[in-house]
Design a protein around this ligand. Structure first.
Ligand code: 5AD
Ligand code: SF4
Length: 469
């Protein structure tokens, strides 16, 4: 969902993405994914595990024998949305297809298993993010016994390194490649370390192999994923390859392959990494640097491990080493004890950095987190809402100005497909992660096209194609 300012906020990451492949003559699985890119990538792993075991995939819940919902727990509204969907699907099971098995995967699994299974009797299967290999076994168990089957064990090692994801919902141009799982940062507001467990990195060779296969099958862009992607370190293999080195190695696979990553922590944004951005043409000129807040005391309460000034120094360093780098961020409004002055510090930081793009959220207390245990969620709802609106409004103005500055400039766009508004136009992103829309002519997805920006909104560049590369 987009805000009235056309900037992705809150639910932007929470919209469901559905399976689009169909196979006949098998037990059929319908898979629906909520939440972040990592969940989309995990669903590709789930699809791989199940198709290898003889299941088929369907995009139609009506023909499904098994319905799996990959869930998100990052904010309360994400959880509520999943819950409403589960109630709907449970009713479908009760009234239309009593043999259907309904399962919950991912981040809500561990925390809500008792409630979902015992109290509400909503689901038949509950599987945590590190237990997807066990899915065929759990499905058999649920079918054979008629009892609920559960595995929410978190692992210190599981990276699914040997599983080739089934890319059932991609555009054939861009793909996710998951390189690490879990998070050790324990930001005080965040439930992820509890739902996804400890940080662990996937061996470098398996990542490079997956990227090479993607290139061979025609993909032109990879987004390398992890909860704290730039803390990647391949220690298990003893190679000591860190994130900067990994990106460099991926960049050498093919000059035609663009590389992005998500989501990073400022503490792990090293100069070496900035140099890889600057020196490797196919590592995109774009960094997502979630600041969360503009006030040092708040950052301390959030346990972000940097001050406002340290963050601003990093931005300056990034802009010096990587000229023209595009920056985006995540911001939380209304965290515990936030004063009006502290809120103004967020606005002033945004004005100073001038992000090209921001994901903006209202604080939502999550169980078990440090903030839930130690602080009071004491900013009234209406104040949180108003502060979020201040932030969105300011970013909207900055995004528009940043896009206006692009008018008259040329960019190389990777064509991702038809534009959402018209089949006579194509769309794709610039190196700096801005969406551009231009006349279709005879362009096809997967091509690199040079465009001249002629106009813009706060969310999109309108461009004239100058020709393919
Ligand atoms: N409330 C609001 N936003 C949150 N995020 C993480 N936890 C919470 C929470 N409890 C936001 C942060 C993070 C992004 C993925 O979600 O900004 O970077
Ligand atoms: Fe959550 Fe912080 Fe880890 Fe991001 S870095 S997943 S916000 S704990």
């Amino acid at each position: 969902m987009q805000s009235s300012f056309d900037i992705p906020v809150l639910d932007d990451l929470d919209a469901p993405k559905q399976v689009s492949a169909t196979t006949f003559g098998k037990k059929m699985v319908y898979l629906e994914t909520y939440g972040c890119q990592m969940n989309v990538s995990d669903s590709e792993i789930v699809a791989s595990v199940l198709t290898k075991d003889g299941y088929g995939l369907t995009h139609n819940v009506e023909e499904a024998d098994i319905v799996l919902i990959n869930t998100c727990a990052i904010r309360e509204n994400a959880e509520q949305k999943v819950r409403r969907r589960l109630v709907e699907l449970r009713s479908h099971k009760t009234h239309i297809n009593p043999d259907m098995k309904l399962g919950v995967l991912g981040c809500m699994a561990e925390r809500l298993r008792e409630k979902l299974l015992d109290q509400e009797k909503l689901v038949d299967i509950v599987v945590g993010p590190d237990a997807y290999r066990d899915l065929p076994n759990l499905l058999n168990q649920a079918t054979d016994t008629g009892q609920a089957a559960v595995n929410v064990q978190l692992s210190k090692e599981e990276t699914y390194e040997d599983i080739s994801p089934v890319r059932y919902a991609t555009n054939g141009v861009s793909s996710f490649v998951s390189i690490m799982r879990g998070c050790d940062n324990m930001c005080s507001f965040c439930v992820v370390p509890f739902t996804r467990g400890r940080e662990r990195s996937r061996p470098v060779e398996s990542i490079l192999d997956e990227c090479k296969t993607l290139v061979e099958t025609g993909f032109k862009e990879v987004t390398v994923l992890g909860q704290n992607v730039n803390s990647y370190r391949d220690e298990k293999q003893g190679s000591g390859v860190d994130f900067a080195e990994l990106l460099y190695r991926i960049s050498q696979i093919s000059p035609e392959l663009r590389i992005r990553y998500s989501t990073s922590h400022p503490k792990d944004c090293s100069d070496a990494l900035l140099h890889v951005h600057a020196e490797q043409a196919n590592v995109c000129n774009y960094i997502h640097l979630p600041v969360q807040h503009g006030n040092t005391d708040m950052l301390q309460r959030m346990k972000r491990t940097y001050s406002r000034d340290q963050y601003l120094d990093l931005v300056e360093r990034a802009r010096k080493i990587v000229p023209g780098v595009s920056l985006s961020t995540d911001i939380i409004a209304g965290f515990c004890n936030e004063t009006e002055e502290e809120h103004l510090d967020t606005l002033s930081l945004m004005a100073q950095v001038r992000y090209d793009h921001a994901y903006m959220f209202m604080y939502s207390e999550r169980p078990d987190t440090y903030a839930a245990r130690k602080f009071e969620d004491n900013v009234p709802e209406h104040v949180k809402k108003r502060r979020l609106q201040d932030i969105i409004q300011q970013q909207s103005g900055i995004s528009l100005e940043s896009n206006k500055a692009e008018i008259g400039r040329e960019h190389i766009v990777l064509v991702e497909g038809e534009s959402r508004r018209s089949d006579q136009q194509m769309s794709g992103r610039t190196d700096t992660n801005k969406m551009a829309v231009f006349d279709r002519l005879d362009f096809v997805k997967g091509e690199y096209v040079k465009v001249l920006v002629t106009d813009c909104t706060s969310a999109t560049l309108l461009a004239k194609p100058l020709g393919r590369l």
